[in-house]
Design a protein around this ligand. Structure first.
Ligand code: ADP
Ligand code: MG
Length: 475
C-alpha cells in the first residue's frame, strides 16, 4: 500500500465524517482501516463481524461514493473483518447465569420495586379487581414524538378531565404494534387520573376482564361488581385483542354501553384497529370505532434515542456509576428499531454487565451485548383498506365497486386480486376478508385466491402487476 493510498484514505474519512456527522462517524468508522487498493477495489477492514454487516447494510453506498469522490477509478468496496488483529476480551459469564438470566437479575437490582409501591397506591382499586400498575409508566416518563403525539394528547385530555366534564371522545381507542407504548400510555392515564383524586380510574387487561370481571358478574358477587362499575369514572382496557368468547363479549358490550351511555370514559388499547378485531361482535366493533381511534406508529430514531436517554438518566439516579456514552446510546437507537421493550432490554444488559464486571460501557461491549436484539426490518403492517385503495387506483375502479356485488369483468378481476393480496399480505382469515369485501362468503374469497394463484403461474404480465402492487403496499 502506498502512502498516497493512506493519504487518500484520510481524505475519504474526512468526507465521511462531514457527511454523517461526528457521532455516527465515531460509532461506525473510527475503527475502519484501509488494507489496500487494487485496481477497482478498495479493501477496508473492521474489527467485528457486526460492524461489517452494519456498515454493509447501512453505509456501503456512502463509503463508495466518498471514495469515488477522491478516486473515480474505484468501483467496489470490499469490507473484511480483521479477525486476529484485536482479539475480543472473553465474554464474562457470572456463575450460574447465562445471558437470558441477565434481565431478570436487573429487574431485581434495578431497585425500582414496582409491585409494592403500586399496590400501596393502587390498593383500593386492586381490591376491586384492577390489574397491577407499574410506577414507572407515567406521563413524566413517556416521551412524545411524531408517531405518538396525537395518542399522547388525547390520553392527557382524558386524564385531566373532571367528573361531569363533557366527554370528548368515547371510547378513546389506541392501537399500535408490540412495544410501541400502549401499556405505558394507558397506565399513565390511570396514574394521573387517580392521582388527581377526583375520578376513579380502573385499569384492566382484557384477560383480567375476562377471568375476573366476567366470572364475578356471573356469580353471586355480580351485584358487588356492578356496584364497583358504577363507582368507576374511567375504565381502561389493555390488550383488547385478547378479549374473546361470546359471553365475555356480551358482558363487555353491556359494560361498554352502560359506561358510555352514562357519560363515563372508556380507554382501550389493542394491537390492531377496531375493524380488524376479527372475533368481535359487529355491535361492539362499531361502538369501539365510534370514538376516537388513534394509531401510534413505529418509534422513530430520534424518539428511540430520547427514550434511551431518559431511561439511562433514571437508572443513573440509582446507580451513579452507570455511565453510558452518547455514542453507545446512538448505536442502540440506530440498531434496535422495532420496539421500546428491546431498547429497555438493551440498557438493562449494559447495566447488568457494568455492575457485574465494573467495566465501563463501551461501544464494543454494546455491540456484543445487543447483537441478538437486532432484527431485520420487520415487514410493514399492510391494511385491507390500503389494499383496496391501491388496487382500485391501479385498475381504475372505485373502492365501492370492489365491495359491491357487481359481476362485470372489469370489477371481478380487480376484486379477486385485492382479495388475493389481502390473504397473502395480511394475517386476516378468509371469513374476515370476506366480511371486509362487502360481506362475502369465505368460499368466495378462497375461490378468488386460488384463481389468482393459478393465473399468476401462467400469465407473467399479471404476475408482474401483482408484484408491483405488493411493492407499493409494502413500501
Ligand atoms: P406495548 O404495550 O405497546 O406493547 P409498552 O407500553 O409495554 O408497549 O412499551 C414497551 C417499553 O417501551 C416500555 O418499557 C415503555 O416504557 C417503553 N416505551 C414505549 N414507548 C415509549 C415512549 N413514548 N416513551 C417512553 N417509553 C416508551
Ligand atoms: Mg402492552
Amino acid at each position: 500500500m502506498t502512502s498516497t493510498d493512506q493519504e487518500r484514505w484520510s481524505r475519504v474519512k474526512g468526507r465521511l465524517r462531514a457527511e454523517v456527522g461526528e457521532d455516527v462517524f465515531l460509532s461506525w468508522f473510527a475503527r475502519m482501516d484501509l488494507e489496500g487498493v487494487e485496481s477497482e477495489t478498495a479493501r477496508l477492514s473492521v474489527p467485528t463481524r457486526f460492524l461489517k454487516s452494519w456498515i454493509q447494510s447501512h453505509y456501503h453506498e456512502r463509503v463508495l461514493s466518498c471514495w469515488q469522490a477522491e478516486q473515480c477509478s474505484v468501483r467496489r468496496i470490499e469490507l473484511t473483518v480483521r479477525s486476529a488483529a484485536r482479539p475480543l476480551p472473553p465474554k464474562p459469564k457470572p456463575a450460574g447465569h447465562d445471558n437470558g438470566a441477565y434481565d431478570a437479575r436487573v429487574l431485581k437490582f434495578d431497585g425500582l420495586d414496582g409491585r409494592s409501591l403500586s399496590s400501596q397506591l393502587n390498593g383500593g382499586l386492586e381490591s376491586l379487581g384492577g390489574s397491577p400498575l407499574d410506577p414507572r409508566l407515567t406521563f413524566e416518563t413517556f416521551v412524545v414524538g411524531r408517531s405518538n403525539t396525537l395518542a399522547h394528547a388525547a390520553a392527557k385530555e382524558v386524564a385531566a378531565a373532571r367528573r361531569g366534564d363533557q366527554v370528548m371522545f368515547n371510547p378513546l381507542y389506541v392501537h399500535a404494534g408490540v412495544g410501541l407504548g400502549k401499556t405505558h400510555l394507558l397506565q399513565a392515564v390511570t396514574w394521573a387520573g387517580n392521582a388527581a383524586g377526583v375520578r376513579r380510574v380502573l385499569y384492566l387487561t382484557a384477560e383480567k376482564f375476562m377471568y375476573g370481571f366476567v366470572s364475578a358478574l356471573k356469580t353471586q358477587t355480580a351485584l358487588a361488581f356492578k356496584e364497583t362499575l358504577r363507582a368507576i369514572d374511567v375504565l381502561v382496557i389493555d390488550d383488547m385483542q385478547f378479549l374473546q368468547g361470546k359471553s365475555t363479549q356480551a358482558e363487555f358490550c353491556h359494560t361498554l354501553n352502560a359506561l358510555i351511555d352514562s357519560g363515563r370514559q372508556v380507554v382501550i388499547a389493542s394491537d390492531r384497529p377496531p375493524t380488524d378485531l376479527e372475533s368481535l361482535d359487529d355491535r361492539v366493533r362499531s361502538r369501539l370505532a365510534g370514538g376516537l381511534v388513534v394509531e401510534m406508529g413505529p418509534l422513530g430514531e430520534e424518539l428511540r434515542l430520547q427514550i434511551l436517554k431518559s431511561r439511562a438518566t433514571a437508572v443513573r439516579s440509582m446507580y451513579p456509576c452507570f455511565e453510558v456514552p452518547e455514542s453507545v446510546l446512538l448505536f442502540i437507537a440506530q440498531a434496535i428499531t422495532h420496539n421500546g421493550r428491546d431498547l429497555e432490554g438493551a440498557l438493562n444488559r449494559l447495566l447488568a454487565h457494568s455492575k457485574l464486571t465494573g467495566q465501563p460501557v463501551t461501544l464494543e461491549l454494546a455491540e456484543r451485548e445487543v447483537r441478538d436484539l437486532i432484527r431485520p426490518q420487520e415487514p410493514k403492517r399492510v391494511k385491507i383498506e390500503d389494499i383496496q385503495r391501491v388496487v382500485a387506483r391501479q385498475y381504475n375502479v372505485s373502492r365501492s365497486d370492489l365491495l359491491s356485488s357487481r359481476r362485470t369483468a372489469n370489477v371481478v378481476r380487480p376484486r379477486q386480486v385485492a382479495m388475493y393480496l389481502a390473504k397473502t399480505l395480511t394475517l386476516r382469515s378468509l371469513p374476515e376478508i370476506g366480511r371486509r369485501f362487502g360481506g362475502r362468503d369465505h368460499t368466495t374469497v378462497l375461490h378468488a385466491v386460488r384463481k389468482i394463484e393459478h393465473l399468476v403461474g401462467n400469465d407473467t404480465s399479471l404476475a408482474d402487476e401483482i408484484e408491483l402492487l405488493k411493492r407499493q403496499l409494502q413500501e
